[in-house]
Design a protein around this ligand. Structure first.
Ligand code: FES
Length: 511
């Protein structure tokens, strides 16, 4: 298994093991935790600026969201510019637009510099309002984008066979193959003397003498002067866990009967919205469509979202067959902008990049640039805008409170009110359930071969109860988005410890 779920993404065959031979330094300049686009971009930039770096990855490069993204490269975001202007002011909205353009330029420059064969293509994007309510939203989005300095105009083009009452075109967008891209950057990093260790999980960070950080890992200790958490959320209990909401998003990559693949990026304005683009994988064109997002751990029958997504795509395109379907995780920041900079409450030289919403390829790339500058000089143009310690009592705050209440009710319900329910259940093959027995709760799954896998249902982060995800065959935590496989192995932070496995006695064993 080399992605954080059972389903295969369109990029997954490009994910390879990437361990480099041990070149253990006494003290690294920078240790980067996580080898997705954030970690690998940071590593390449820092190593190129004469920092001796090590990347520590729990599984393999691209294992997390980079292996499951749909890799749209946009200058507009899930937090639209009109909202950013309202909450952060026009100057900051312009700064955000500038940052987005810089991120695409950085990717393009890397593709050229290292001659990366990653299907990078510049594209236009189309946003379609499918009813009058969405048309009003699109008007606001349009005005905000113009004020921020985005290349946006009204359009009647029918690039997508989706009826609209109003449509905007945005120039200067792009797309690429995310795993081919980070793999080439990782190769460049290693060529410059960088080290990548896979299958090693960082459990915590301590501070030693002389401002050296000590990283305790599952394979021993690594010492460094700076550390970067490129894992979405850091382990432990941190302010950021209360400012990030984990979401799942669903993707299908389909073959079309008519072959009318769009030559652009497309988005409707439904809530949650659908997104479309074309990519050629192994010589075969595919329409990649996504949507049906929901909060992580809030739905058990996740297979229904693939059926609904396919039905939705079929409304507009004649689907021949489904080549891939998969889901992926992203984190919504409470005030709409990501957190990139010093880890709040952490040691002085520990950094974090998180809260990208559905725009991880752009913000992951920006994080590389920003954190490199912070490590070298302590400063960057975007330092304040993305400061993880910022306090913005904006519209999102009420959502945060609502979400916080959600955590609490989940916690209390799981811990107390249902504790009386103690019954083991009969499970069919490929079925899962949390059962209470003798005061303990177990997350149980019977696989297609009839084998039962049982683990504690208590998340090892801060003890919420995990929920089954039947499409990806994972146990997902509704509180802060940790995810575990059927045997309890951690797939997504902030948890760093596996769920404890339960020995199940065979029928003829004496218990
Ligand atoms: Fe925080 Fe599970 S992720 S309690």
């Amino acid at each position: 298994m080399n992605r954080d779920g059972a389903l295969q993404s369109a990029w997954q065959q490009e994910i390879k093991k990437f361990d480099t031979p041990p070149a253990i330094a006494d003290v690294y300049d920078v240790a980067i935790i996580g080898a997705g686009i954030t970690g690998i971009t940071c590593a390449e930039k820092l190593q190129a600026s004469n920092q001796n770096c090590i990347v520590l990855e729990a599984v393999n490069i691209g294992h997390g969201t980079t292996g499951g993204t749909t890799a749209h490269l946009n200058t507009f975001f899930d937090s639209s510019y009109d909202k950013v202007i309202r909450d952060f002011g026009k100057d900051n909205a312009r700064l955000l637009a500038q940052a987005a353009k810089e991120a695409i330029a950085t990717i393009k420059a890397n593709v050229q510099k290292y001659q990366i064969d990653c299907d990078f293509e510049e594209k236009e994007a189309y946003l379609f309002a499918t009813d009058e309510k969405q048309a009003k939203e699109l008007d606001d989005l349009f005005e905000g984008s113009l004020e921020a300095g985005i290349d946006i105009s009204w359009s009647d083009a029918h690039t997508f066979p989706i009826p609209f009452v109003k449509q905007a075109r945005i120039g200067g967008q792009a797309q690429f193959h995310p795993v081919k891209y980070i793999r080439a950057l990782a190769e460049a990093f290693v060529k410059m003397g960088g080290t990548i260790f896979e299958d090693v999980r960082v459990q915590d960070i301590e501070e030693a003498e002389d401002e050296v950080l000590v990283l305790n890992t599952t394979k021993g200790v690594i010492r460094c002067r700076h550390a970067v958490y490129a894992t979405h959320t850091p382990p432990g209990v941190n302010l950021l866990h209360f400012r990030l909401i984990p979401w799942r998003s669903y993707v299908v990559a389909v073959r079309l009967k008519e072959g009318n693949y769009p030559d652009a990026l497309g988005y409707d304005l439904q809530d949650p919205y659908h997104y479309y683009r074309t990519h050629t994988i192994n010589g075969e064109q595919l329409l990649i469509a996504g949507g049906k997002d929901h909060k992580t751990g809030h739905e058990e029958d996740t297979e229904q979202f693939f059926r609904e997504l396919e039905d939705h795509v079929q409304l507009h395109y004649d689907i021949d067959s489904v080549a891939y379907s998969w889901s992926s995780q992203y984190y919504e920041p409470v005030d709409g902008l990501p957190y990139i900079g010093h880890l709040p409450g952490g040691f002085k030289e520990v950094y974090v990049a998180a809260g990208y919403n559905g725009n991880g390829m752009i913000f992951g790339t920006l994080a590389g640039t920003i954190l490199t500058s912070l490590i070298h000089t302590g400063d960057h143009n975007y330092k304040e805008l993305f400061d993880p310690s910022r306090v913005k009592p904006v519209a999102g705050f009420s959502k945060f409170v609502e979400q916080g209440a959600d955590f609490i009710s989940s916690f209390i319900k799981d811990k107390f009110s249902t504790e009386k329910i103690r019954s083991l259940v009969e499970l069919n093959n490929d079925q899962a359930k949390v059962v209470k027995y003798d005061g303990e709760a177990y997350a149980m799954y019977k696989d297609n071969g009839g084998q039962l896998h049982a683990v504690s249902s208590t998340c090892t982060h801060v003890h919420c109860n995990v929920v089954w995800n039947n499409a990806e065959k994972t146990w997902d935590c509704p509180c802060h988005g940790s995810r575990f496989n059927i045997n309890g192995k951690v797939l997504n932070a902030p948890a760093v410890k596996d769920l404890s496995r339960v020995h199940l006695a065979e029928p003829d064993e004496t218990v």
